[in-house]
Design a protein around this ligand. Structure first.
Ligand SMILES: NC(=O)c1ccc[n+]([C@@H]2O[C@H](COP(=O)([O-])OP(=O)(O)OC[C@H]3O[C@@H](n4cnc5c(N)ncnc54)[C@H](OP(=O)(O)O)[C@@H]3O)[C@@H](O)[C@H]2O)c1
Length: 351
């Protein structure tokens, strides 16, 4: 995997659900790597990881870890990013941050390459990767916004447990086994590890992702609302969200209602637009029961769209079903794609 002309890349949180996918994606996409440094907390330091046949020892992330790094992909939680991303930048690295630490900072671009790649040029060393459920929705909405204008979006999500990290996937598996064996179920992680109450996710649906805010929305819902407006540069766009956790391991699904600004647009025109849209795969054939499902999208980089219908009452309203692998387009792939664009645009240079 080492290339002389490549970049020294660090993955922070390399042992986590997203971090592991980042490493795999860097290899799969043949990102030009001169050296790969894998960082975690002290808990996983010393662990050996085999990457493309080469053994790499995971190190504890410290400010000095970023000496000589060109690109640092962060996915170790907001507090780690707040502390260490500025240290990486100070040492000359460009950071692509997967956490919510800098997303709404007005000097930090929040980028989905299919939507707002041009924002990459206005960075101060940190590029934020949006929330997973926001990314897949804006990839599907942007071509529609560009052609017909977008007035309003109402989304309900059906989110996988891997969105809450590797320990949440373990919890789903353990609870499922317990229930099938008639044993007592314990819940310690979901809906939010640091919140007061925890609920069973196996054979259940939990209408809480992240903590409740004073306005009655959860923080995940507010991320979808605020990040969509920022990525689309549209403060007047009306967005509302309800985010729900389901007992699915990987792959977020979304029911998206949107209203456009143009009259007399037919559903086939929306389908034709999405068929050719970057990063989108149209799977829409109700007659043959063909529509996207999370089990089919695992391991794929694309955003899958189906069930496109015109609203029966609102002439400018449409519905669609949007599915994507939350660990790939929702996190690792979007980050690596940003890194690829930074290289291709000459924004990042090897030291
Ligand atoms: N899962 C998703 O779909 C998704 C999507 C977008 C963004 N994100 C964001 O990405 C971040 C990580 O999510 P995840 O799902 O991968 O979580 P995870 O599976 O719990 O992994 C957390 C990772 O962070 C490391 N870490 C924890 N504390 C650390 C510290 N003090 N210093 C350095 N490394 C530390 C862990 O290392 P140890 O092995 O040493 O504990 C582990 O590698 C979160 O901020 C999350 O919001 C997740």
């Amino acid at each position: 995997m080492s290339q002389q002309n490549g970049f020294h890349v660090a993955v922070v949180g390399a042992t986590g659900a997203v971090g592991q996918q980042m490493v795999e994606t860097l290899v799969k996409e043949k990102f030009p790597i001169k050296k790969l440094t894998l960082l975690s907390s002290a808990r996983s330091a010393g662990k050996k990881v085999v990457v493309n046949g080469e053994e790499i020892i995971v190190e504890e992330a410290k400010p000095e870890s970023f000496e000589g790094i060109d690109i640092a992909l962060f996915s170790a939680g907001g507090s780690v990013s707040k502390e260490l991303a500025p240290e990486a930048v100070k040492r000359g690295a460009i950071v692509v941050d997967n956490t919510s630490a800098f997303r709404m900072d007005e000097n930090t671009p929040l980028v989905v390459p299919e939507v707002n790649e041009k924002d990459l040029h206005n960075h101060n060393g940190i590029i934020a990767n949006p929330n997973c459920s926001t990314i897949q929705m804006v990839v599907a909405l942007e071509p529609i916004r560009q052609k017909y204008g977008l007035k309003r979006v109402i989304v309900s999500t059906y989110q996988a447990v891997s969105g809450a990290g590797a320990s949440a996937v373990e919890e789903l598996m353990e609870q499922t086994k317990s229930i099938l064996n008639n044993q007592e179920v314990s819940a310690n992680i979901l809906p939010v590890k640091s919140d007061q109450k925890h609920y069973q996710i196996a054979f259940n649906a939990i209408p809480q992702i992240d903590k409740f805010q004073d306005n009655g929305f959860t923080f995940e819902e507010m991320k979808m609302i605020n990040e969509t407006k920022k990525i689309m540069h549209s403060s007047e766009l009306q967005v509302s969200a309800t985010c729900v956790r389901l007992p699915v391991a990987v792959g977020h699904s979304e029911s998206v209602y949107f209203e456009i600004e143009t009259d007399n647009v037919q559903v086939n025109e929306i389908k034709a637009l999405l068929k050719d849209a970057p990063g989108v795969i149209l799977q829409d054939d109700p007659e043959n029961q063909f529509y996207p499902m999370p089990a089919d999208c695992v391991g794929k980089n694309d955003v899958f769209v189906g069930r496109i219908r015109k609203d029966l009452d609102e002439t400018k309203g449409f519905h669609m079903w949007v599915v994507s692998d939350n660990l790939l387009k929702g996190a690792a792939w979007n980050s690596v794609q940003i890194a690829e664009r930074l290289v291709e645009l000459g924004i990042v240079k090897s030291k």
